[in-house]
Design a protein around this ligand. Structure first.
Ligand code: FCB
Length: 472
């Protein structure tokens, strides 16, 4: 699809009205962990539990965005961002996870939204980016059905305060990660390790999405989204040419379909088609049963949404057996292998495969044509060094440039892609990796909280101005 002239890549101009922006999440940037009546979340508990996060890092202070938001918004304006995607901390709004709201917690988002609008930056609110109130975890967490109903109440409370100025509402960020890393592998909060809990958490997150979507719609929200971590599932042989299809009868085809069902379709199909893939039901049935899926749930989950948010970092590689170690992120796959990709990697060890994004976007518009697409996260961690007031992060610029070209390829091939948000605006608390992994286009010195736009930020600013990438 890419027309390369020698080693030269042509310029790419995106459709007019294409949305450009950057994303963060509450626990990763806000800090102010006990300010103004904020309650505790599962990430406070987890990060303060020895051995859970690298070097005992916590989000207590993070980027101090709670206090520095006005400076950060000015920086966004200087870079020319059209959208800032941030998440609301549920325990700031409802310290105990239910009941009366804490007005001082909502005041923060009120100020942030006003500041963004002052600079004509469109606020995109994500209601859940993994910081479940600890009190709800103590009552069973996401494996408990009631959490979904509590979430819908919380969504309505946030909308009641911000809905007059915020048009784009994302219910959940990456429910697969919240369920399967939070309750399956235990690498994320709350750190449980049960496949049954993970499937139940996944279902109740979907139910939470459906109920919250109904509440937001009833309150008049014009644009509602669900953001998923989606990855093209492929064999190692496809990495060199992600657009290629596996040969018919390929012995890996069933492995690819099964992992695609667990990672992607487990969330896409209930939300956008009102049904679970058969593979997921079969595996869930062997891991705790299906008693948590009640009559009417799939209808409640299957709500029309305007946007599907896609967080893409790398493809997921799989082959038919002989099996590896069981992979707790993917129950029911102990007969399969999850090989490592060769080639270039980021500091996370994640393979760099821009063509995977094109493959994913084209497939999504083909299989789910009723929903618009937005890349709500894409970016990379590298070991950046500040040299005389400058961060020369060529690796990150190359990563972003390659993925934007792939996104453009996908649009040319028919994908209904409407925008691209880089992860992340700022270096921040990267979950179990703490502050060691820097994803920001803006460098943060965590000792002084000084912000310094990296070369990639200046490059991205040009991309936004030109609505595209230049020939190179
Ligand atoms: C995504 C998360 C985001 C960030 C990036 C690197 O899975 O949504 O918070 O950690 O990965």
């Amino acid at each position: 699809m890419t027309v390369a002239v020698g080693s030269q890549e042509r310029a790419r101009v995106f459709p007019s009205g294409f949305v450009w922006g950057a994303a963060t999440a509450a626990y990763q940037v806000e800090g102010a962990a006990t300010a103004d009546g904020r309650g505790r979340s599962i990430w406070d508990t987890f990060s303060h539990t020895p051995g859970k996060v690298a070097d005992g890092h916590t989000g207590d202070i993070a980027c101090d965005h709670y206090y520095r938001y006005a400076d950060d918004v000015r920086l966004m304006a200087e870079l020319g961002l059209g959208v800032y995607r941030f998440s609301v901390s549920w325990p700031r709004v409802q310290p105990g996870g239910s009941g009366p709201v804490n007005p001082r917690g909502l005041d923060f988002y009120d100020r942030l939204v006003d500041e963004l609008l002052e600079y004509q930056i469109n606020p995109y609110v994500t209601l859940y980016h993994w910081d479940l109130p600890q009190n709800l975890e103590d009552r069973g967490g996401w494996p408990a059905r009631d959490t979904a109903y509590k979430f819908a109440d919380y969504a309505a409370a946030v909308h009641a305060r911000l809905g007059d100025r915020v048009g784009t509402w994302t219910t959940l960020n990456e429910p697969w990660v919240a369920a399967f890393l939070g309750y399956g592998t235990g690498v994320h909060a709350p750190g449980r390790t049960s496949a049954a809990d993970a499937f139940q958490a996944g279902h109740h997150l979907l139910l939470a999405h459906g109920l919250a979507t109904q509440a937001l719609r009833a309150a008049g929200a014009p644009e509602i989204a669900l953001t998923l971590n989606l990855a093209p599932v492929m064999t190692p042989g496809q990495v060199a040419d992600p657009a290629a299809e596996p040969a018919p009868g390929d012995r890996d085809a069933e492995a690819v379909a099964r992992v695609d069902a667990l990672l992607n379709r487990q969330f896409l199909d209930p939300a956008l088609r009102g049904a679970y893939p058969d593979e997921v039901l079969a595996i869930a049935e062997r891991n705790g049963g299906l008693g948590h899926i009640h009559d009417g749930d799939l209808a409640a989950i299957h709500q029309p949404v305007e946007l599907l948010g896609i967080n893409y970092y790398n493809p997921c590689l799989v082959t038919a057996g002989p099996g590896d170690q069981p992979n707790a992120a993917f129950p029911g796959t102990s007969d399969l292998c999850f090989p490592e990709a060769g080639g270039a990697r980021t500091a996370m060890g994640w393979p760099i495969v821009p063509g995977g994004l094109a493959r994913l976007l084209v497939r999504l518009s083909r299989d789910y044509p009723e929903v618009g697409l937005m890349v709500t996260e894409n970016g990379a961690a590298f070991d950046d060094h500040v040299e005389s007031e400058r961060v020369r992060d060529t690796g990150r610029t190359d990563y972003l440039d390659g993925h934007l070209r792939a996104a453009h390829d996908a649009i040319e091939a028919g994908a209904d892609l409407r925008g691209y948000l880089v992860w992340s605006l700022l270096d921040n608390f990267e979950w179990a990796e703490g502050y060691h992994r820097r994803f920001g286009i803006v460098h943060v010195d965590f000792a002084t909280q000084r912000r310094l736009p990296k070369d990639s930020a200046l490059w991205f600013s040009d991309v936004i101005r030109q609505n595209g990438v230049q020939a190179r």
